[in-house]
Design a binder for this molecule. Structure first.
Ligand code: GUN
Length: 291
């Protein structure tokens, strides 16, 4: 029997704990966890993500401040805003929604955010902490951190000795995911567009994480029987004249579900966990700030 991993329920559990801990912090210290979310331009997908982050923060009892900036804002103006937020002790988390317009150097912007407020976990200091196993003080990127919780929940055992294959090597998902799995004692392979015999490699995976951004690229017969399959992809396909489309993952879900031991659906799998882990990171930052 295949277990459909319920990311919504898992995220609900995480958010309930965050909310309770936030109440405690506020009660004991008066510090209200606060996140500043910066969006540049009008990308519709980014707008949806940013508003759901704001909504979830409020649900947790946080203060959420959205900075919606025009697409033609200069890099210097954006840096000036981030420096102001870095210096504001009432702000614990800063997130700049990606992608940014081409005239802005996203790498430079990410490094401008103070590492101790970098709740996305993209700053070199946080990347370095994750890479060296300093997980107590690192901010871990939210999507891989949430995926890891789903893997642990699905397996109900430690990962020692299991083969994990991560398909995709992005800084946001693939690389940090590989580091988390390695840290949990899995044997990890990172595959990408130049990998030979990707299907064969995937067939050896006890844990298969798909993060390539290509609709249904991972086929059902690439999945080892009983494997845990985590589908990070969110691909909008089949948009017609009426604007109707549907979301699919990077895994051909129906055929993969016939072989997997546990699999995340799209939507309702990894997505809700990403936002829940952003709340975890923001809360952790507020606790640190409160001493
Ligand atoms: N765009 C897509 N995913 C992310 C994310 O995790 N963080 C930010 N800041 N932007 C994104």
């Amino acid at each position: 029997m295949t277990t459909v991993i319920d990311g919504k329920a898992a995220a609900g559990d995480v958010v309930a704990k965050v909310k309770a801990a936030a109440e405690q912090l506020i009660c004991a210290t008066g510090v209200v966890p606060a996140i500043a979310v910066v969006i540049v331009g009008q990308d519709p997908a980014s707008q949806v993500y940013v508003s759901s982050k704001g909504r979830k923060a409020k649900e947790c009892g946080f203060r959420s401040i959205e900075h919606a900036l025009a697409a033609d804002i200069s890099e210097g103006e954006l840096i000036a805003l981030l420096e102001k937020l870095n210096a504001d002790p009432s702000i614990h988390g800063i997130l700049v929604q990606l992608p940014l317009p081409d005239h802005i150097d996203a790498g430079k912007i990410i490094q401008t955010i103070a590492a101790e407020k970098d709740v996305d976990g993209f700053h070199f200091i946080n990347v370095g902490k994750l890479g060296t196993g300093e997980l107590k003080t690192a901010f871990v990127p939210c999507t891989p951190a949430g995926s890891m919780l789903l893997i642990e929940r699905a397996l109900g055992r430690d990962l020692s000795g299991l083969n994990a294959v991560v398909v995709g090597r992005s800084n946001i998902v693939g690389k940090p995911m590989a580091n988390l799995l390695l840290n949990a004692n899995a044997t990890v392979t990172v595959a990408h567009s130049r990998t030979k015999d990707l299907a064969g490699l995937c067939r050896g995976a006890d844990i298969l994480v798909a993060a390539v951004g290509r609709p249904e690229m991972i086929k059902g017969d690439w999945v080892k029987r009983g494997a845990v399959v985590i589908d990070v992809g969110i691909n909008r396909v089949g948009e017609n004249a009426g604007g109707k489309s549907k979301l699919v993952g990077d895994v051909a879900y129906t055929e993969a579900a016939e072989r997997a031991g546990a699999i995340t659906p799209v939507p309702g799998g990894v997505g809700p966990m990403t936002i829940a882990l952003l709340m975890v990171n923001t809360l952790a930052s507020a606790y640190r700030a409160a001493g």
